[in-house]
Design a protein around this ligand. Structure first.
Ligand code: KG4
Ligand code: ZN
Length: 337
């Protein structure tokens, strides 16, 4: 109970996420999403997201404090996503975090969004193994990271050269007439289909790198659907969804295990919104078991963007004695890991 109480603020995309943690204990994880406002545009509109963050910030912080039965005065440090993400959206969170830190007289920690996606798993499964390999897959990023220590330098081993995995899910969903964001809809549709019905391409599968490519796959699915429709043949959505999904998770899991082997690391963590995918979780478990690698995947609610992940990393930084950030810290939309 003597560990410091950390308030975490996440505004890198469309979620205003406020988390409160003490050590690795999650006390509140409150989210206001502007996704409904973006859905009709088929993607997140930065200006709309920024404005929504501004309106949601105070009520969401107050809701998180109320959920945890705490007051402002209980907070010992504020952590905020400093990047990467949408510039205007990040600015709202960073400005709010500075105001709270200054007003409360507590230290401020600007954190990396990708590292926070890794650290969040500690709230569910305890301290991270050091080192671990992390596969982060979301609408904005698809990366393989070597994480010697989440409070220090995180090394990028590979990333997508075009679309992020979640972006591919969202674009293919649109081709199939499923709502945005499409990932969960494809996941659901795929349960009634066969992953081997259609042989879609696996980009960069055996190219010797740990990079990904999903835009060729997305195009292949669109062409396949167009050709079927032009020929007057029906499209069995569950089979297309399952076969597309299989192509994505086949490459993701193979490359993640290649990274484990190459760096001699026995622990793999999967995070980001796409880690909520049921087939990814199942295939990763199967392949990790076969390779003798321990797998950690946070529950779906912690995989998608949230404030608890930021608070979790902030808590680790405080515990590690890392210097707080200056109140001049910028929001950096292209912050590297
Ligand atoms: O991490 P996240 O909430 O936000 C970003 O930082 O992008 O990830 C959102 C992405 C979206 O592309 C969404 O379609 C995808 O994660 N996603 C899924 C599933 N749930 C969310 N993709 C595949 N299967 C799912 N079950
Ligand atoms: Zn994210």
């Amino acid at each position: 109970a003597d560990e410091p109480l950390i308030l975490g603020i996440e505004t890198s995309c469309d979620e205003t996420g406020i988390g409160i943690v003490r050590g690795h204990t999650l006390l509140a994880n409150t989210i206001a999403s502007s996704m409904d406002e973006h859905a009709r545009f088929g993607g997140v509109v930065p200006e709309v997201a920024s404005r929504a963050h501004l309106e949601a910030m105070t009520p969401t912080v107050e809701a998180a404090l109320a959920a945890a039965g705490l007051r402002f005065a209980d907070i010992d440090a504020v952590a905020v996503t400093a990047g990467p993400g949408l510039a205007g959206a990040l600015l709202v969170g960073v400005a709010a975090a500075k105001a709270y830190a200054l007003g409360l007289g507590v230290p401020l920690y600007g954190v990396n969004h990708l590292a926070a996606h890794v650290a969040v798993d500690e709230l569910e499964h305890g301290p991270l193994p050091k080192p671990c390999i992390a596969l982060l897959v979301s609408g904005g990023h698809s990366s393989l990271l070597l994480v010697p220590d989440v409070t220090g330098d995180v090394i990028s081993l590979g990333s997508t050269v075009d679309d992020a995995a979640g972006e591919a899910f969202d674009k293919v969903a649109r081709v199939l007439g499923l709502p945005f964001p499409g990932g969960p809809h494809i996941d659901r549709a795929a349960r009634d289909g066969s992953g081997t019905a259609i042989a879609f391409p696996r980009g960069k599968l055996d190219d010797g790198t740990l990079d990904f490519s999903f835009s060729g796959l997305k195009t292949a699915v669109a062409r396949w659907v167009e050709a079927r429709e032009a020929a007057g043949q029906g499209v069995h959505v569950p089979d297309v969804a399952a076969s597309f999904q299989e192509a994505v998770v086949d490459v993701l899991t193979r490359k993640a295990l290649q990274a484990c082997r190459k760096y001699g690391v026995g622990d793999l963590l999967i995070g980001g919104g796409v880690a909520a995918n049921s087939r990814l979780r199942a295939l990763a478990q199967e392949r990790c078991d076969a390779a003798g690698v321990r797998l950690r995947v946070p529950r779906p609610g912690l995989c998608t963007d949230n404030g608890a992940m930021v608070a979790a990393l902030g808590s680790d930084l405080v515990a590690a004695g890392v210097e707080p950030s200056s109140l001049q810290i910028p929001a950096d939309s292209s912050l590297p890991v």
